[in-house]
Design a binder for this molecule. Sequence first.
Ligand code: GDP
Length: 477
Amino acid sequence: VVIVYQDIALNSISRSAKSSTVGNKEESCLSRSQLVLYRKSSPHKPSSYLITKLRRYEELHKRCGPHTKSYNRSIKQLVSGQIDNSTDCRYVVWVAFCGLGNRILSITSAFLYALLTNRVLLINQEQDMGGLFCEPFPDTSWILPEDFLFKSEINSFEQNYNYSYGYMLKSNIINYSTELLPSYMFLYLSHDYDHHDKLFFCDQDQALLSKVPWLIMKSNVYFLPSLFLISSFEQELSKLFPDKETVFHHLGRYLFQPSNLVWRLITQYYQDYLAKAEKRIGIQIRVFDAETSPFEYVMDQILACTQTEKLLPEVDTEKTIAAQSENQTSKAVLITSLFPGYFEKLKNMYGEHPTKTGETVAVYQPSHEEEQQSYNNSHNIQAWVEMNLLSFSDELVTSAWSTFGYVAQGLGGMRPWILYKINQTKPDPLCGQGMSMEPCYHAPPVYDCKAKTTVDTATLVPHVRHCEDIRWGIKLF
Ligand code: GDP
């Protein structure tokens, strides 16, 4: 109990029970108060500046959120297409796209952008993402209302949409001295964006965009590290995050609390299989291409990495064990994968042979969905359950390139052991520990806005480096 109270005090980024319970709806988010019982306590304290900023954001969201007077006035601006001064509320509407890990990371990026630009973040949540999270902000909603002007077509907005910022620049529909800007613009910030879309990351473009009340953003990437390279945000970011490694850790824990339905699934699984072990080891296995990453290679990599790094004990293959006692599990291994093979092999190995250290190892895998189905709600629920279970690990092994793993490591506050990518041949080394718990931005711009030339964006400031798992990616450090 003492630990729990300490944790709440430390983790004051989540609203205290009292301030979070405005109306019964908020009170019923069980995970908000119970997560501290399951996650390892975080040694990383959010800055008081960040906490104040979040409380201010919550007020703004409440004042400008769906169906408030200010929101209704803002909608009128959207409908007319013209900017008027009837309200000071401005918005970022985030549009869903890709797997759940990608979505969580791009929502977090959009939220930090909203914080930095005093905008309100609204999520275009389709049915596939329904029921995953509690509402993060008190007394209001972050879900884009069903009656929103573009609701039925918003998902089909693409890079060359008429109101796309990059497209408008490229086609000379607007330039930096255009005075009559439209009341909304579309930002295409996805992995395959082009030079003009990426100008979003330049100060001059931010100055222009700040005049547009509605920004509709389609993104599937963790573009947040590049916000740290925009000089007009620099001062604010350094006050918000003195420790750059903790940005997703804090914002992710703040934004994404499992709904009651998901929380029941998480806690049930945890109690049934993981709670009794002395140590929990999470192994997230994401195979993007079974041809270039053959099963045997991946299996060897997992065994070699976990045993060399002393995460799991070796077994004595000369001996067999008759029956494993359920009561004395020293280590519980939680495998997550779309496929059952790795789990079966590991489970058989520890089930049949004693370990050289005398420890008992139990191996579990909650599901094997076989293929990614990101437009299926129950599939996304299962993925969210497993990201959370992984985040409760004492040690975590993740797969290179996977945003699923990044979410688990960030929420858990861990620097994971990364299984480097196998591409026909085994990597050397096979795995290595992440230098920070931050996710990697897979598709960063490489443009120096001032010099108007190409630049390696990992060389500009000390806290942005190339990722361990993707050589051209960047991450906060
Ligand atoms: P990434 O593709 O690895 O970067 O991660 P994403 O989460 O963006 O997309 C992969 C999606 O495939 C997940 O969201 C799940 O829907 C599914 N998936 C991949 N690996 C697993 C897994 O280990 N368990 C479950 N339940 N689903 C998975």
